[in-house]
Design a binder for this molecule. Structure first.
Ligand code: ADP
Length: 459
């Protein structure tokens, strides 16, 4: 995380430097093209007014006069035809000036050194304290010809401004660097938190804490992350519960079988007891076999979504056959069954839907009372059918109703404890119906009976 922070700071400062350089180049171009000619013109005008004053007042001492003017903030260089030179005001850093320039001015022309000062030296061209960077003007005084070279004394005129700007620059750089360092820390903080949370999640700790309250993308990311962590935790819980359920459901019939085999090894038991033990062992084996079959079915339903082997078949025929098969079980409990079915064909997996009706009917029998009744009805709308299994059995309370489609869930009451089951039947029903894009619901009153309603699309 440190690297992201460092990167952020470095990149921002880099951007600041880069834009500084670009702005400098732009302002330099502006000086070279716009300000330099203006500056040249301004100083030329000023020099001309000095020249005309000197010409109009032949009685003044030229050198005194120039000395005076220079003290107002100008640097000057005067040369006459005999080559005699004098300087006024602050000294020039570089006193190089071509002889032709001097002769040219002495012969009456104006020298535009400021305008023609080389452009490559950035804005500093304005500050270059060189004799070449001046305006040269011819002066005639008392019949003598002079050449006067003049430029503003930048140091004198702009010294305070210089300092002001330098401090402004220094403060801007220092302050913005500090701000960048602090604000980056603030910006990167939620990311550090997220990284920490991800790490703890990858170590299997699901109860991550994230107090990112911001409304921006990072806040949204944190919220999604928390939702994901909760979902993962739920899935992990389901997985753990699933494994412990399976282990238990396999272990208990196995230990029962082992126990009864031990009893059978005792040769002195009566043949009646022996028959009973064998029957119990058989039941346990049947239970194990049902369990593994159901688990295998659930696993294959989970694994792929296009497991359905679809064909068009008649549902009422299928239901009638099922009812015939369970007639014996119902007569054992004296249960009355009635049905009103429609002659409808639907497109679906006949074998899996058979499992659905089988589970619902056996439940309606298993959880029914002696002398109870079962009613199977069917309704058809334009694009779907609704099959209802209503029984007059023990029913379900609200809490049980919410969970009966969960894997391994069995309503554990005194009434159901003696009834054989794995708790997988209804979750298989739910999965198969949803694979067909249908839906299954239950309404129930405790002690009165339950109704399971299956809705399936026809196509
Ligand atoms: P089981 O193998 O226990 O029957 P199911 O998944 O088919 O498993 O059913 C889950 C639980 O739902 C049952 O244990 C039972 O408590 C309850 N249940 C299912 N069908 C009915 C019904 N028709 N009437 C009352 N309770 C039912």
């Amino acid at each position: 995380m440190k690297t992201l922070y460092v990167k952020f700071v470095v990149v921002t400062i880099g951007i600041m430097l880069f834009s500084g350089i670009i702005s400098f180049l732009i302002s330099n171009t502006y000086y070279q093209h716009k300000l330099k000619p203006q500056n040249d013109q301004k100083i030329t005008n000023f020099a001309q007014s000095i020249a005309s004053f000197a010409e109009e007042h032949p009685y003044i001492d030229l050198r005194d006069y120039l000395q005076n003017v220079s003290s107002l903030g100008y640097q000057m260089y005067l040369v006459d035809e005999s080559g005699e030179e004098s300087f006024f005001g602050a000294a020039f850093r570089d006193e190089d000036l071509s002889a032709t320039a001097k002769e040219d001015v002495l012969s009456g022309n104006v020298y535009h050194g400021i305008l023609h000062f080389p452009g490559e030296t950035f804005v500093t061209g304005f500050f270059a304290n060189e004799l070449r960077n001046t305006i040269g003007i011819p002066i005639t005084h008392n019949g003598n010809n002079y050449a006067l070279f003049i430029r503003p004394d930048i140091k004198l005129l702009f010294n305070e401004m210089h300092l002001l700007f330098a401090w402004l620059l220094v403060f801007t750089i220092v302050l913005s660097t500090i701000m960048v360092v602090i604000s980056t820390k603030y910006l990167v903080k939620p990311i550090s938190k997220l990284t920490k949370a991800t790490k703890s999640l990858s170590e299997g700790k699901f109860n991550v804490e994230l107090d990112v309250a911001s409304n921006d993308e990072l806040g949204e990311l944190s919220n999604s992350f928390l939702t994901m962590a909760t979902k993962l935790e739920q899935m992990d819980d389901v997985r753990k519960e699933f494994i412990s359920n399976i282990s238990h459901d396999i272990q208990s019939p196995l230990s029962n079988i082992k126990g009864y085999i031990n009893l059978l090894e005792n040769e002195s038991i009566t043949s009646k007891d022996r028959a009973q033990y064998v029957s119990i062992i058989n039941d346990e084996i049947k239970r194990l076999s049902t369990l593994t079959k159901q688990l295998l079915l659930l696993a294959s339903l989970d694994r792929n979504e296009d497991i359905l082997k679809r064909k068009t078949f008649n549902v009422s025929e299928q239901l009638k056959e099922l009812v015939r098969n369970y007639q014996w079980l119902m007569s054992e409990k004296d249960i009355m069954l009635s049905y009103s079915l429609l002659d409808v064909e639907i497109n679906g997996d006949a074998s899996l839907l058979h499992t659905v009706w089988d589970n619902l009917l056996t439940n309606a029998i298993k959880y029914n009372k002696q002398n109870g009744s079962i009613e199977i009805t069917m309704e058809k709308s334009e694009d779907s059918i609704v099959v209802t299994f209503a029984d007059t059995g023990i029913g379900l309370n609200l809490k049980e109703k919410e969970r009966i489609f969960d894997r391994f869930y069995r309503a554990d009451t005194a009434r159901t404890r003696t009834i054989e089951g794995t708790g997988l039947g209804l979750s298989i029903v739910w999965t198969i119906v949803h694979l067909h894009n249908g839906d299954v619901q239950v309404t129930s009153t405790e002690g009165k009976g339950s109704t399971f309603i299956v809705k399936l699309p026809i196509k």
